[in-house]
Structures are given as structure tokens and as C-alpha cells.
Design a protein around this ligand. Structure first.
Ligand SMILES: [Cu+2]
Length: 331
């Protein structure tokens, strides 16, 4: 029994084998997720092909067999067939349930934090017509995303203007990038190389030129690249400069200013008690809202005196501020 494949594994092996001749038609496969998506796709195409051929074949078969003038038995037309009805109800039911759970599994994995957490968070800001990528501990890149192989990378994305869509075919991932909110994706590349990035939401005149390249490096090469870029200034450093120049430190400073304001060290990921009862989790969306619309969620025990910074900070500066706040650890 031990050496036998489970039905699931057998199906998996069959799909793997069936995918091979079509590999040239697909983008390169850069992650386990991409491989899983392809298997699912092959299953759907295979199933549709099977039933299309079956139905087309039966149409032709019956058309020929019962064509006018043909000698066929037309005396006892069947009125019902219980077995047939059960079969044609059960088979589609089972198949649609399989499709649902298989698809849901792929989808959920894409939106659930991997065991062991993310290795790094990278901020992506889309704007007409380019991708700006901010590495908290490294440089800002335009139209490129460097990432290490074998490490789960989380992308936190937003747009400066209209809706864009960050799409990396080799990873089989894409997601809308929407002004005014953060969306995220994650991936773990299984090999090194360069792969195209596209915008796949029509976003104006130069949409077709809103391209980028994903550069997957070995962890050592990536660390070297990051360190070299960091020399020219990191997102965290830019965020710290903004924190000073916008006067945030006047209230949130370590010594405490004239106005009592919450300590921001260690804030990221923490539950924050709110004046209006309940808690908010200090994630990227909460920090952004706290800075642009401080009145919406007031921290319990503080007066709503923080001024709004809406209109003073663009989305790139916002992710720099967030990267900085995120880097503040409790002493
Ligand atoms: Cu776009």
C-alpha cells in the first residue's frame, strides 16, 4: 500500500505529465503557486475539452444514426431513465465541488501569511505610468523589483492616481492597485532570473509602457545589492527625515512635546484601544488613516488634536513614513 499513489497524487502526476507538452505556451514557472495554478488550469481545460468532445461526438452520432430515411428503431422512445439522471446530476456536482475547493485553496494560500511569516515587506506605488518600489532597508527602484530567491516576500501596494494592476505572469499573481487603500500579495520564487512585470488594468495613454522587471537573485547577491543601494539612502531614512520635517516629533517625540501624544515605538501590528470603544490593529491601513484623517480613529485617552496631513504627503512619502514607523522598536 505504501508505494501506491493516493487518488489525489495520481491526479497530480497526470496533470504534471499533461502540462509538459504545453510548457512552451505558458509563461515561465517561478513559484510553487504558479505550478499549482497551471495544474488547476490544465484540469479545467482538460475537463472542458473532454465534455465538449463528448457532447459534439454524441450530436454527430445521433444526427447520423437518426437521420431522416435511416433505418433506426424509433418505436419505443425512452421516457425516463433514473440511473442516467442520477449520473448526470452527480458527476457535475462532484466536479463543481472539486473545482470550488481546488480554486479556493489556491486563492486562500495567496492571501494567507505563510508559516514562518514573511521574510521582507516591499512597498509598491503605481502611478501613471510607472511602478515605484520601496525597499524599507534599501533603495527605491523605478520599474524594477529585486527580490531574493526562496524567501517569502510581501508586497504592499497602492496607487498615486488611478487604478492600476500589478501583474507578474511568471508567478501567476496579479492584483488591483487602488488609490486610497493598500492591497497586498506575496510570493516565494524558486529560481533566479529576470521576469516581466505588467500593469494589467487599462490606466491611460501610456498604459502599455507601464512595464517593469522582476529580478530574482540568490539571497547573498540580493543582500549585497540591498546594502549597495542602501548607501544612497533607504526608505526608512527618508521616512525619518519626513517625520522630522513635518513636525511629527514635536508631539510624538521621545521627550514628549507640549501636547500629549501616544508613543509610536513598537506600534506596528499592535492592537490600539480606541476612544469609540474597541480596538484597531496598527497595520499599514491604520497608520495611513491616522496620518491623513486623525479624527476618524482617536486613540483612547488622548485628545483629538492631531492635525490632518492630507494633501501634504504623497503615497511614496506615506510608505516611507510607514516604513519608518514600522522600524521603531520599543527600547
Ligand atoms: Cu497602470
Amino acid at each position: 500500500m505504501k508505494d501506491m499513489l493516493s487518488p489525489w497524487q495520481a491526479l497530480w502526476e497526470l496533470l504534471r505529465w499533461a502540462k509538459r507538452p504545453f510548457a512552451a505556451l505558458f509563461p515561465p514557472v517561478l513559484s510553487e503557486h504558479a505550478d499549482g495554478v497551471d495544474s488547476f488550469y490544465m484540469f479545467l481545460v482538460g475537463m472542458s475539452t473532454f465534455f465538449s468532445l463528448l457532447i459534439a461526438g454524441l450530436i454527430v452520432f445521433f444526427a447520423v444514426r437518426y437521420a431522416r430515411g435511416r433505418k433506426a428503431d424509433r418505436t419505443r422512445p425512452p421516457e425516463s431513465n433514473l440511473v442516467l439522471e442520477i449520473v448526470w446530476s452527480t458527476v457535475p456536482l462532484v466536479l463543481s465541488v472539486v473545482i470550488f475547493f481546488w480554486g479556493a485553496r489556491l486563492y486562500l494560500r495567496l492571501f494567507t501569511e505563510p508559516l514562518g511569516g514573511y521574510g521582507e515587506v516591499v512597498y509598491v506605488v503605481g502611478k501613471q505610468w510607472m511602478w515605484k518600489v520601496q525597499h524599507p532597508q534599501g533603495p527605491m527602484e523605478i520599474g524594477a523589483l529585486h527580490a531574493p530567491m526562496g524567501i517569502p516576500i510581501r508586497l504592499v501596494m497602492t496607487s498615486q492616481d488611478v487604478i492600476h494592476d500589478f501583474s507578474i505572469p511568471a508567478l501567476r499573481i496579479k492584483r488591483d492597485v487602488v488609490p486610497g487603500r493598500y492591497t497586498s500579495l506575496w510570493f516565494q520564487a524558486t529560481r533566479t532570473g529576470e521576469f516581466p512585470i505588467y500593469c494589467s488594468e487599462y490606466c491611460g495613454t501610456l498604459h502599455s509602457q507601464m512595464l517593469g522587471k522582476l529580478v530574482i537573485q540568490s539571497p547573498a547577491a540580493y543582500a549585497a545589492w540591498l546594502a549597495q543601494g542602501a548607501a544612497a539612502g533607504t526608505a526608512i531614512q527618508a521616512g525619518e527625515r519626513l517625520f522630522t520635517s513635518l513636525g511629527c516629533g514635536g508631539c510624538h517625540g521621545a521627550e514628549g512635546g507640549a501636547i500629549r501624544a501616544p508613543q509610536l515605538a513598537g506600534i506596528f501590528g499592535r492592537p490600539v484601544p480606541l476612544q469609540s470603544d474597541g480596538f484597531a490593529t496598527a497595520d499599514e491601513a491604520y497608520l495611513r488613516e491616522s496620518i491623513l484623517f486623525p479624527g476618524r480613529k482617536v486613540v483612547a485617552g488622548y485628545a483629538p488634536v492631531m492635525p490632518t496631513f492630507a494633501g501634504q504627503i504623497n503615497e511614496e512619502q506615506m510608505v516611507e513614513l510607514i516604513a519608518y514607523l514600522r522600524s521603531l522598536r520599543l527600547p
